[in-house]
Design a protein around this ligand. Structure first.
Ligand code: CP
Length: 319
């Protein structure tokens, strides 16, 4: 594997190899010296054309824990605002001898273009492109789901997929690269996916995807899923009214305190996931986000381990 552009491209063996490597990388995070010399002398460029907190910081932390040199590039305040193209920006950074380029871009397919256009000679890692994919988010979500199941069953995570698990993904499916990457990866790992959204936020052609489609959240939650993943309502990508009001959205598709109480009353073991950043009170209530079921912060720490694994495997070719 030369690049990480999408989870759709990953085989089950490749995905499990990344997750097993991430488990070992997480152990590094438990040591007093949280560093490995694996990428000493290598350079990782973080190329962010869209805002990010978790992904940018965790890629930086991951590269530093592997002893790589890191160059952080943010489009805001750069020569991109003077009209510099992706090609020229990338080649400028390559002149600094980058071994890997981590790219987040508002245009679907930008990482693919960077990887295949012949402009640069570096591993390309997609950190989120438009509405297309966010593969490392799906991998860290899969790591979190493996841990959730292992904790309940008292089993090891190593070498396992997510066979038989059921994940309900709720909300702004239309604009969500997280939903798409999760759908492909969860399916490859043997899990079942149910999408829940208002009809206006369900993509055209969703019936051809490997996911069940439900429009009522309570119906989906009554199926006792292993996890419910709330998606951020992406107001910045919405140029039309997709639902009547935020109060209406929260009532029908939000994980409200009442829905949380219903999960508790049913004795469900459903984990509550969110990729962040959260719109508290809209797609997720504070009661749910801060509850013992919530894996939100675990997902963030798993993000460092998963990104260490991806950088390590891509840059060393190690197995
Ligand atoms: N989940 C996620 O991609 O968060 P950021 O936008 O903060 O990176």
């Amino acid at each position: 594997m030369r690049h990480l552009l999408s989870t759709r491209d990953l085989t089950r063996d490749q995905a499990i190899e990344i997750l097993d490597t991430a488990d070992r990388m997480a152990e590094v995070g438990q040591q007093s010296v949280k560093k490995l010399p694996a990428l000493r002398g290598r350079t990782v460029v973080n190329l962010f054309f869209e805002d990010s907190t978790r992904t940018r910081i965790s890629f930086e932390s991951a590269a530093k824990r592997l002893s790589a040199d890191v160059i952080n590039f943010s489009a805001k305040g750069s020569s991109v605002s003077k009209g510099e193209s992706l090609k020229d920006t990338a080649q400028t950074l390559m002149a600094m001898d980058a071994d890997a380029v981590v790219i987040r871009h508002g245009t679907s397919g930008a990482p693919q273009r960077l990887a295949t256009a012949g402009w640069i000679d570096a591993a390309v890692l997609n950190a989120g492109d438009g509405k297309h994919e966010h593969p490392t988010q799906a991998l860290l979500d899969a790591m979190t789901l493996r841990q959730h199941r292992a904790a309940l069953a008292g089993e090891e995570t190593t070498g396992t997929g997510l066979d038989g698990m059921h994940v309900v993904i709720v909300g702004d499916i239309l604009h969500s690269r997280v939903a798409r990457s999760n759908m492909w990866l969860l399916t490859t790992l043997g899990a079942r996916v149910t999408f829940v959204a208002p009809p206006t936020l369900m993509p055209v052609g969703v019936e051809h995807w490997p996911a069940d489609v439900v429009f009522d959240l309570d119906t989906a939650l009554a199926r006792d899923p292993d996890a419910v993943m709330l998606l951020r309502v992406q107001r910045e990508r919405m140029h039309a009214a997709f639902f009547p009001s935020e109060a209406e959205y929260a009532r029908l598709w939000g994980l409200t305190p009442e829905r949380l109480a219903a999960l508790d009353a049913a004795g469900a073991t459903t984990a509550i996931m969110h990729p962040g950043p959260m719109n508290r009170g809209l797609e997720i209530s504070s009661a749910a986000a801060d509850s013992p079921r919530s894996t939100v912060l675990r997902q963030v720490s798993n993000g460092v381990a998963v990104r260490m694994a991806c950088l390590y495997l891509l840059l060393t070719g190690a197995r």
